[in-house]
Design a protein around this ligand. Structure first.
Ligand code: SF4
Ligand code: SF4
Length: 93
């Protein structure tokens, strides 16, 4: 299973939230710069491909999807939202 930010958080994040799969990130920083509430950070570590990677800070995501649409790497970002029926739903991936 792919390790994501969400899996690394000590407590479940508030919803909506965003997962970044660090292995797929190439560190362009587009998502961090594009996020309106500035809730994405940038690692000091590097991933197995040699890139620093973005990650969700754990709170404040609005589910707008702007990070997703700015990311050039397919599959690197997944945006989750809570629909009206309360079932967890992956809406942008
Ligand atoms: S979905 Fe919007 S608010 Fe959430 S991390 Fe992405 S750009 Fe930021
Ligand atoms: S836009 Fe995509 S590739 Fe660029 S830093 Fe964000 S997750 Fe990584």
């Amino acid at each position: 299973m792919e390790m994501t930010d969400h899996a690394l958080l000590p407590v479940p994040p508030t919803r909506p939230w965003v997962d970044v799969t660090s292995r797929l990130c190439k560190g362009c920083d587009f998502c961090v710069e594009a996020c309106p509430p500035r809730v994405l950070g940038f690692s000091t570590d590097i991933n197995e491909r040699g890139y620093r990677y973005s990650f969700y800070l754990g709170d404040g995501c609005t589910g707008c999807g702007i990070c997703f649409y700015n990311c050039p790497e397919p599959g690197a970002i997944v945006v989750w939202r809570q629909p009206a029926d309360k079932k967890e739903k992956k809406v942008l991936s």
